[in-house]
Design a protein around this ligand. Structure first.
Ligand code: FMN
Length: 370
């Protein structure tokens, strides 16, 4: 029996725990095949990419995030036992949250969490609803990506737009893959990235925030991975992506644009290439009937603008039950998109690892230890 809403996956089962201002955040992976080479440095490298080194566009909270692998790895290989990984929460400042305890921030989960947990939830820093808990997803994603890499599957995400600044240049997969982390906003085109950064800085100056769109690609996923109906590959990917705080929309391939196309335009016609079936276009985004088509998997998420803004907003006082005003204090990201890029990448990798184990493309033991 899975825990209440904190686990995902059927074979590669990921369970998240921890709160923003508690002692730790972490993840347990149950079902990772034995025999995967894995070191703390592999996971640390992914976690280190979470925070762009550009203080103008991120929160002032310093997150050192030193990864600890607590179990499931022995002599540099996964053992097949549950892998638990944690990072400590440092640089915690809860003072602003005491003052705002009864004033739910518009757009955040303060009011809904209070309704569900009767005020017992740890509200400091957004508690369980904080973007902070996505560090844990990145740790699990590091393992999933390493596993997928053994089977030549490559997953990478990048920023496609921030506010109304859009990347309209077409770049090759290799350009996107190799350049995505070269800019603080995680956009592989430097000129566009500069405009995105300027837009974030301008919004922050006004006490406001911005959202954007992240695209994620997965290359070399073999055809036929996925399960029917409710466990379809796109349904599971959409589920994990919508679980990322601030993600409000998900689309695959042509996505919402497909609604305006004719069948003859939207269908991806087939042809033979070196005795292999390939599609001439990829409006399906690599998934048909919930199963991978062998074409690149393409999924995009819409990320809303950060809800915690310095501008004055209307709210209510839940103690006195009167109307109130709020100017959100604390350290907040003026745009969560740059930090969410590696999270999206990790989330997609977690679901692909799960489904490739379910499809027997990835065995339970990678190779026998002699
Ligand atoms: C990496 C990351 C960082 C985030 N940082 C902040 C933040 O600094 N301030 C904030 O208000 N929301 C932040 N969020 C978003 C909130 O956690 C989220 O909006 C809130 O939990 C409500 O959930 P919903 O927007 O999915 O409905 C962040 C999200 C992510 C993925």
């Amino acid at each position: 029996m899975l825990l209440a809403g904190n686990s995902i996956g059927k074979e590669f089962v990921v369970t998240s725990f921890g709160e923003s201002h508690g002692k730790i955040v972490g993840i347990t992976i149950d079902g990772c095949p034995a025999g995967l080479p894995l070191t703390k440095a592999d996971v640390q490298a992914e976690v280190d990419r979470r925070i762009p080194r550009q203080p103008k566009i991120v929160s002032e909270r310093i997150e050192k995030d030193k990864v600890q692998i607590q179990s499931g790895v022995f002599n540099g290989f996964t053992t097949g036992a549950p892998i638990t990984m944690t990072v400590a929460n440092e640089d915690v400042d809860s003072s602003d949250y005491e003052a705002m305890k009864d004033l739910p921030r518009p757009g955040h989960a303060d009011y809904t969490a209070r309704m569900k947990y009767g005020g017992f939830n740890d509200y400091r820093g957004g508690g369980r609803f904080s973007g902070r808990i996505t560090v844990a997803l990145i740790m699990a994603g590091a393992v999933a990506k390493k596993l997928l890499n053994q089977f030549q599957v490559d997953v990478f995400a990048y920023t496609k737009s921030i506010g109304n600044v859009k990347l309209d240049k077409s770049l090759s997969y290799e350009e996107v893959r190799s350049r995505r982390y070269e800019t603080a906003v995680r956009c592989p085109d430097r000129a566009c990235a500069k405009k995105m950064e300027e837009a974030i800085v301008a919004a922050r100056k006004e006490g406001d925030s911005l959202g954007g769109i992240i695209e994620c690609l997965a290359l070399n996923v073999p055809a036929g991975v996925g399960e029917p109906l409710f466990d379809s590959l796109d349904a599971d990917i959409a589920k994990i992506l919508l679980a990322i705080p601030a993600v409000k929309g998900v689309e695959f391939g042509a996505g919402f644009k497909a609604a305006e196309m004719k069948g003859s335009e939207n269908n991806d016609a087939y042809r033979m290439q070196h005795r292999k079936v390939v599609a001439l276009t990829n409006n399906a985004g690599g998934i048909l009937g919930g199963l991978s088509s062998g074409m690149p998997l393409i999924v995009r998420v819409a990320v809303k603008p950060t809800s915690s803004i310095a501008k004055e907003q209307r709210t209510v006082n839940l103690r006195s039950m009167e109307d109130a005003k709020i100017k959100v204090k604390g350290r907040h990201d003026p745009c969560v998109v740059p930090k969410a890029v590696p999270v999206v990448e990790s989330a997609v990798a977690i679901i692909l690892a799960d489904h490739m184990i379910r499809a027997d493309v990835i065995p339970k033991v990678l190779k026998e230890r002699k």
